[in-house]
Design a protein around this ligand. Structure first.
Ligand code: COA
Length: 330
């Protein structure tokens, strides 16, 4: 009892021992904050400086424009403030801040410490870096901490990245894909809302296909990342659903990391679910790394599809290679 058995291969926990915590404690998303940087860079802007075309970028990636500007702490604080307002909560209400980012302001302190001060929070703060899987990792971490009897009751989870600060704007392989963005959710203990299943994994052997050195730019083997991403996401979603005792047909709302529309299409095809259950922010944001899932969640909320009882599946993947999925009853 109490000690969960972790399966080595995928990192996920056997259903019978799912939570070494109080299963009666459940958690809901109480507020979402989606602000974006103001500056817009369109494909036509890229056409002026790169050997590329608007048509190629739309066709191969599904991106029309992306937002740029700001530092991570500033964008995270903006999203956090919006999420607090949406939840009707004050800074004092928050017991813990988790910031998912791979583009910290400084080596240290953790960027979340700056955000904590900027928002006037009085709680602890930590950064999570699982690159584009970061928000889902942070969400799972927050949830499992909150279900411990002595755990925090309200957690602010931010997903924020400023990838354009580490992108070589003369490299057409990467410059066309990435943008800056930020999203945040407030999680609170509540009888409505439950994490039904999750999966988190990594394969560090795949480091060479996507990495960024200190003081360097993003290096990527696009085609390899594409293939590995589809496989990782499908396997991860299936593992999280199996833990929940569900199948892909049960998903009402799919919130996939937004990197390339063709990756999302390939995932939907392999899971045999309709693209209709996904929400597209990619076209207007590009790949915003940790921000993409909370931004997609905000789009789903705006589209009026997040109802109590809805089965929502978020799934992220990125450099590492790292991936994570969470199946949530809304
Ligand atoms: N504009 C025009 N042509 C381009 C181009 C651009 N921006 N980038 C590459 N090309 C060219 C290539 O040079 C190649 O030309 P060639 O056939 O003469 O050699 C051709 O387009 C096809 O290149 P390829 O790399 O096979 O394209 P692709 O269909 O795989 O699309 C990516 C490239 C990067 C859009 C795609 O592989 C991708 O999205 N991969 C995943 C990246 C990702 O998600 N990273 C983040 C993970 S979190």
């Amino acid at each position: 009892q109490g000690r969960a058995r972790v399966r080595r291969r995928t990192g996920h926990i056997e259903p019978a021992h799912r939570l070494a915590a109080d299963e009666r404690i459940t958690v809901r998303v109480a507020g979402i904050g989606p602000p974006l940087p103001d500056n817009i860079v369109t494909n036509h802007d890229h056409e002026r400086t790169l050997d590329t075309t608007d048509e190629w970028i739309r066709d191969r990636a599904g991106i029309a424009e992306r937002r740029t500007g700001g530092v991570t702490s500033e964008l995270a604080a903006r999203a956090g403030k919006a999420a607090l307002a949406d939840a009707g909560m004050a800074p004092d209400d928050i017991d813990l801040l988790i910031l998912a980012t791979c583009t910290p302001d400084q080596r240290f302190p953790a960027t979340s410490a700056t955000v904590q001060a900027d928002l006037g929070l009085t709680c602890g703060a930590l950064d999570v870096n699982a690159v584009c899987a970061g928000f889902t990792y942070a969400y799972i971490t927050a949830y499992l901490m909150m279900t411990a009897p002595t755990g925090p009751e309200r957690v602010l989870v931010c997903g924020t990245d400023t990838l354009t600060s580490i992108t070589d704007w003369t490299d057409r392989n990467t410059a066309i894909l990435f943008g800056d963005g930020s999203g945040a959710v407030v999680l609170e203990r509540h009888e409505q809302g439950r994490l039904l299943g999750w999966d988190a994994g990594a394969d560090g052997n795949l480091k060479p296909i996507l990495f960024c050195d200190h003081d360097g730019f993003i290096q990527m083997e696009g085609r390899e990342v594409f293939k590995k991403a589809v496989r990782a996401v499908v396997g991860s979603v299936e593992a999280a659903l199996a833990q929940a005792g569900l199948t892909p047909a049960d998903i009402d709302v799919l919130l996939p990391h937004q990197a390339n529309i063709r990756i999302i299409e390939a995932v939907c095809q392999r899971l045999d679910v309709s693209m209709e259950i996904t929400h597209n922010v990619l076209e207007h944001t590009g790949n915003t790394s940790s921000a993409s899932i909370p931004l997609t969640m905000a789009a789903a909320a705006d589209n009026g599809v997040l109802h109590p009882g809805s089965i929502v599946c978020m799934t992220g993947f990125g450099a590492g290679m790292a991936w994570a999925s969470a199946v949530v009853e809304w």
